[in-house]
Ligand binder design. Structure first.
Ligand code: CP
Ligand code: NVA
Length: 307
């Protein structure tokens, strides 16, 4: 049995692999927009395991696999033995003998790492407490579509030290851009948790407005991620000044983009005029989940292709 490639963290791929992948995303997206069928994964099966809720991730993986000619099966912890204590290592053995690629959305990164270590087929991280690499893949492709290469550019992160922010930090090291981070007191970034090489691609700011200065992209996320609901009341108070508004966008570079992985809470982490305004590209971001994940599945299952 060959050891499969997995996509568990953003840093699992090199810059060269991302260059290849973004080229494939462009090709696959253009073909899709011309209504030209492309079925490189004919007869292949994707298994999607969800231990947390999802709209975009489920839809984009399921539709994406169908569009590539394969089929997708949805499993959740409520209806499968995964929720009744079957060891994740055993589940990986069984599921990966019946499928060609697996996507998992779960809690601790350790769960997906253990699944991957026991899987015969590629495993994709569809969000863990620690990372959300497919989303950052879509966000960076969206940035490239609007502004060209992200290398040397500056991203401002305003809000929680969560799966999204840690993935941005990894992406900055791999693709060589800067991240200016502002989190409230008590919710600071832990560089050890980010799994960074320590190449100095991020800076921390106490003031969110400062973090936005000179940014080419301002981005944020919910104040309370899935799995942290018990902290919601405390977070609402602690994060009150970390709402991306028009003043923060004005502190960024002219023409700066605004991104949010969604779902969003207008009036909490972002004002309605920003997320619904002309600098916002949130709908492109959401759509691009489909296109980037099709290229990702093609690459993990088939390797590099020439078409
Ligand atoms: N952005 C994102 O991952 O959305 P879902 O939670 O709806 O999948
Ligand atoms: N940080 C959020 C992202 C949701 C797509 C969460 O983990 O709930």
């Amino acid at each position: 049995m060959n050891t499969p490639r997995h996509y568990l963290q953003f840093k699992d791929f090199t810059r060269e692999e991302y260059d290849y992948l973004f080229g494939r995303v462009r090709w696959i997206k253009d073909k899709f927009k011309r209504y030209e069928p492309y079925h490189p994964l004919f007869d292949r099966t994707l298994v999607m395991i969800f231990e947390k809720a999802s709209t975009r991730t489920r839809l984009s993986f399921e539709a994406g696999m169908q569009q590539l000619g394969g089929s997708a099966i949805y499993l959740n912890t409520r209806d499968s033995q995964l929720g009744r204590g079957e060891p994740v290592e055993d589940a990986a053995q069984v599921i990966s003998r019946m499928s060609d690629v697996v996507m998992i959305r779960t809690f601790e990164q350790d769960i997906i790492d253990r699944f991957a270590a026991n899987s015969r087929v590629p495993v994709i991280n569809g969000l863990t407490n620690e990372y959300h690499p497919c989303q950052i893949l879509a966000d960076i492709f969206t940035f490239i579509e609007h502004r060209g290469s992200i290398q040397g550019k500056t991203v401002a992160w305003v809000g929680d030290a969560n799966n999204m922010s840690y993935t941005w930090l990894q992406a900055a090291e791999v693709l060589d851009f800067k991240v200016r981070v502002s989190t409230p007191p008590g919710y600071a970034i832990d560089p050890a948790r980010a799994g960074l090489a320590g190449t100095g691609h991020f800076e921390l700011f106490a003031d969110p407005m400062e973090a936005c200065r000179g940014a080419d992209l301002v981005t944020t996320d919910v104040w309370t991620s899935m799995g942290y609901e018990a902290e919601n009341e405390a977070r609402m108070k602690a994060f009150a000044d970390w709402c991306v508004d028009a003043d923060m966008m004005a502190a960024a570079n002219p023409g700066a983009l605004f991104m949010h992985c969604l779902p969003a809470h207008r009036g909490e982490e972002v004002t309605a005029d920003v997320i619904d305004g002309p600098q916002s590209v949130v709908w492109d971001e959401a759509e691009n989940r489909l296109h980037v994940q099709k290229a990702l599945m093609e690459y993990l299952v088939l390797g590099k292709v020439d078409s």
